[in-house]
Design a protein around this ligand. Structure first.
Ligand SMILES: C[S@@+](CC[C@H](N)C(=O)[O-])C[C@H]1O[C@@H](n2cnc3c(N)ncnc32)[C@H](O)[C@@H]1O
Length: 252
């Protein structure tokens, strides 16, 4: 398949993203982060969710009484997000179409999150550092940045070189992963065949995620000015390279 046949990442799959991710228990993820905030004695309830996608987590935070900013690069993901949050809109939610490597806010925000692999979509050390720097600049003194990332182990050994077929309601998907050990980048060719109103549509997107050594993540965070800890996802056990997903907690 030639590369020009692929759609822009997170454009054509946006309407199907929630179905594809229906196995994720975002409620437990948000409860875990709420626990992290409690342990860090964060009393503020204004939160910026970077790479907010279709806004599943924003909705869960809204239900907890938070004032929210969601930022995402994909207009199509933001359109789904806007639709999800429209019935709730009481002036506590603001959405921005922007790039997490380079953004500025009108006011500092005490809590920043970035969830579900989104940082792995930054494929260079410079981009990851630039994101950390912009998050740092967006936080007040003692502000907190909470994020997850897939590890190199996940991309190399769990996803590896594999092809997976999945059936959801009215949709068949094929997930073909290739890991490049030179760059620690996993390329996913995702093909969806969607049946709607009796006709079939085929969608191709290529997604790329990079794995970063834990020591490099720590180094970049501290270079940006953060104090940080990394945990095995959904736990408070110190992270190891053998974990699949890690959680970062960085304080300004
Ligand atoms: C795997 S999705 C995660 C979405 C959401 N955080 C969730 O938990 O479902 C990754 C998201 O990152 C966004 N994204 C990727 N690169 C970005 C960038 N440089 N700046 C802002 N958003 C970006 C994509 O548009 C997509 O919505």
């Amino acid at each position: 398949m030639r590369s020009e046949e692929y759609s822009v990442v997170f454009s054509t799959i946006a309407p199907y993203y929630d179905t594809l991710m229906s196995f994720i228990n975002y409620t437990s993820w948000v409860s875990y982060i709420a626990h992290i905030l409690e342990l860090n004695e964060i009393k503020d309830t204004t939160l910026l969710d970077l790479a907010c996608g279709t806004g599943v987590c924003l909705k869960l935070w809204w239900e907890r009484g938070y004032t929210l900013i969601g930022l995402d690069k994909s207009l199509e993901m933001l359109a789904i997000c806007r639709k999800r949050l429209a019935p709730l809109d009481d002036g506590r939610i603001h959405l921005i179409n922007g790039d997490m490597r380079d953004f500025t806010l009108a006011h500092r925000v005490p809590i920043v999150t970035c969830l579900y692999d989104s940082l792995n979509y930054l494929l260079t050390e410079e981009d990851l550092f630039s994101c950390f720097q912009h998050v740092y600049d967006s936080l007040p003194e003692h502000g907190i940045f909470v994020f997850d990332m897939n590890t190199i182990h996940c991309l190399r050994d769990e996803w590896g070189d594999s092809t997976l077929h999945r059936n959801d309601e009215r949709m068949h998907s094929v997930w073909t992963n290739r890991f490049d050990p030179e760059t620690a980048v996993s390329s996913l060719d995702l093909t969806l065949t969607v049946t709607e109103n009796g006709s079939q549509q085929t969608i191709h997107e290529r997604h790329q995620e990079r794995g970063y050594a834990l020591s490099l993540i720590m180094k970049l965070l501290s270079r940006a000015g953060f104090y940080c800890s990394l945990y095995r996802h959904l736990t408070f056990i110190p992270a190891q390279e053998t974990d699949i997903r890690i959680m970062g907690v960085a304080r300004k």
